[in-house]
Design a protein around this ligand. Structure first.
Ligand code: NDP
Ligand code: 8X3
Length: 252
């Protein structure tokens, strides 16, 4: 039986690696992101390499109308999504609260929290109808413990953690699994985005230890998605070996 996974934020980092992993397992993939060129190039590459179907949808998860327009009008052959991976997200800035930027904060909340809510709401109705589905939310270790200058990013990921727990309860009668993955420091484009293109600053985040890589998280998402129907991983914090929690990271 063919399976369908929808992955938001598939143009880079975890999302891109998750597409690669699921496509290698012969799942058909709906992939989303704002950068159209990258998204369509990834779709072409995946189709060719893995001989699966790929639907690429360009939209901004912050824009409610775009989300619902794209996800509630899916072609018939794409409607029955088995797994939704809510991955699109970002951090912007790392400043003490009093020096933080309101616009950055709004973007983080609009993307990490409201975007995730919109996408989930647009997709969950059909899962409920089918009494089948699995939602995998990418939270963060920052949503488990706050760290200095993490303020609003941490708050956005604490909100994701609350949604994980709450969705799991509300969707229980409908046999829908809800899994939360909370990675620690991982070498993706995350820090480049956070530090607004400052490559030296971004690179310095990963110096002196071996961080997680996108493929590590993709392997775990795949594991969670392919367990037997009666088994659900509820909540997983994943760090590299050099990281104990959101504050203690051992650099050589
Ligand atoms: P990347 O920057 O490499 O990837 C982020 C992805 O999110 C991109 O594909 C980007 O696509 C997409 N995205 C961002 N904003 C939007 C938007 N408004 N609408 C649609 N898509 C959007 O970072 P990561 O892979 O590291 O991040 C993925 C998730 O993992 C995020 O939720 C992040 O908070 C979380 N995370 C990251 C950790 C890390 O250390 N790397 C650790 C813990 C959690 P595009 O720009 O094309 O729209
Ligand atoms: C990303 C990891 O530690 O920068 O969520 O918050 S951290």
């Amino acid at each position: 039986m063919e399976k369908i996974v929808l992955i938001t934020g598939a143009t880079s980092g975890f999302g891109k690696a998750i597409v690669e992993k699921f496509a290698a397992g012969k799942w058909n993939c709906i992939i989303t992101g704002r950068r159209a060129d990258r998204l369509h190039a990834i779709a072409d590459e995946i189709r060719e390499k893995h001989q699966v179907r790929v639907l690429s949808l360009v939209f901004d998860v912050q824009k409610k109308d775009e989300v619902f327009q794209n996800l509630t009008n899916l072609p018939e052959e794409w409607k029955d999504i088995d797994v939704l991976v809510n991955n699109a997200g970002l951090a912007l800035g790392r400043d003490p609260f009093d020096e933080g930027n309101l616009g950055d904060w709004e973007t983080m909340i609009d993307t990490n929290v409201k975007g995730l809510i919109y996408v989930t709401k647009a997709v969950v109705g059909n899962m409920v109808k089918r009494q089948h589905g699995h939602i995998i939310n990418i939270g963060s270790i920052a949503g488990k413990e706050v760290y200095e200058k993490g303020n609003v990013y941490c708050a956005s990921k604490f909100a994701v953690d609350a949604l994980n727990k709450s969705l799991r309860i509300d969707l229980l009668p409908h046999k829908i699994k809800v899994t939360a993955l909370h990675p620690g420091a991982a070498d993706t484009e995350f820090s480049l985005v956070r530090f607004k293109g400052d490559e030296d600053k971004a690179r310095s985040i990963y110096n002196g230890y071996t961080p997680l890589f996108a493929e590590d998280v993709a392997d775990i998402a795949w594991y969670c998605a392919t367990l037997p129907p009666h088994v659900c991983i509820n909540d997983m914090v994943i760090t590299c070996t050099a990281q104990a929690n959101s504050v203690h990271l051992h650099k050589e």
